[in-house]
Design a protein around this ligand. Structure first.
Ligand code: CA
Ligand code: CA
Length: 259
């Protein structure tokens, strides 16, 4: 019986030692572990607010932990965050980055502009989708431009792209720009056919004038092709031409009969 008692005593002591060791171990080992010291998220996505994303802990510990994300802002940067469990606080960093290229939606693939007009990318772009601030550019053979002027009528292919504040760029998109003349055409008047007597004086500009809605009087801009020899009876053809500041023209043909 003595041996049996000793055995029981030894077993009890063993369990007691194990218990004490377990308690000491529990006190030394942190009740939770951070999954990483830094977590990175893309700007525009939601930063997770659940503990499981950041720590490994038992459900019992988990329910008594608090997560502090109050420093984290909705912009690119590195922020401090922390978890606390009964006075034990561990900090970690949250990095917000923007690696996403902006997305450009065009108003149309073909845009018509007035000759002489200056346009900016906003004139051809409907929207830019990005979580950061963006800048729009035209990409031309001469480099990047924030505006373009089309001084001649015709069609030009330009590329438009957006760059965000983090240096990400959208794929350039092609836009066909058709520059066309605008406004009213000038009108030459006083060029009706006429019959004059041989050897009389004839001034091809007498009674002829030109008016343009935008430019006003353009009579002095009229050029005349052809001439009339009043000494020779014949029928002559004069062509009157004029061009306004928009490049619109008027042409009149006049027959002058000398008899
Ligand atoms: Ca972006
Ligand atoms: Ca005009």
């Amino acid at each position: 019986m003595k041996i049996k008692n000793r055995l029981i005593y030894a077993v009890l002591v063993f369990f007691l030692v194990c218990d004490v060791a377990f308690v000491v171990l529990l006190r030394r080992v942190s009740p939770f572990t951070l999954r990483a010291s830094s977590f990175t998220f893309e700007l525009g996505t939601e930063v997770p607010e659940d503990l499981d994303t950041y720590v490994i802990a038992s459900d019992r510990v988990d329910s008594d932990m608090t997560l502090d994300l109050s420093q984290v802002k909705n912009k690119v940067g590195t922020y401090e965050a922390s978890v606390t469990y009964i006075g034990d606080t561990e900090t970690f960093t949250i990095v917000i980055q923007d690696t996403t290229k902006p997305k450009v939606t065009l108003l149309d693939t073909t845009i018509t502009v007035d000759v002489g007009k200056t346009i900016t990318p906003d004139d051809v772009v409907a929207s830019v989708d990005d979580a950061s601030d963006t800048t729009l550019y035209f990409e031309t053979d001469d480099g990047r431009e924030e505006k373009l002027t089309f001084s001649k009528a015709g069609t030009t292919i330009v590329k438009v792209l957006a760059a965000d504040s983090e240096g990400n760029e959208s794929a350039p998109q092609r836009v066909r720009i058709i520059a066309s003349k605008t406004g009213a055409s000038p009108i030459i008047s006083g060029t009706e056919d006429v019959t004059i007597a041989q050897d009389s004086d004839f001034d091809e500009m007498e009674g002829v004038s030109c008016l343009d809605e935008e430019d006003g009087v353009l009579t002095k801009k009229i050029t005349v092709i052809g001439s009339v020899d009043t000494s020779v009876a014949d029928t002559y053809t004069l062509i009157y031409r004029v061009k306004d500041s928009d490049g619109n023209t008027d042409v009149k043909t006049r027959k002058v009969t000398v008899q």
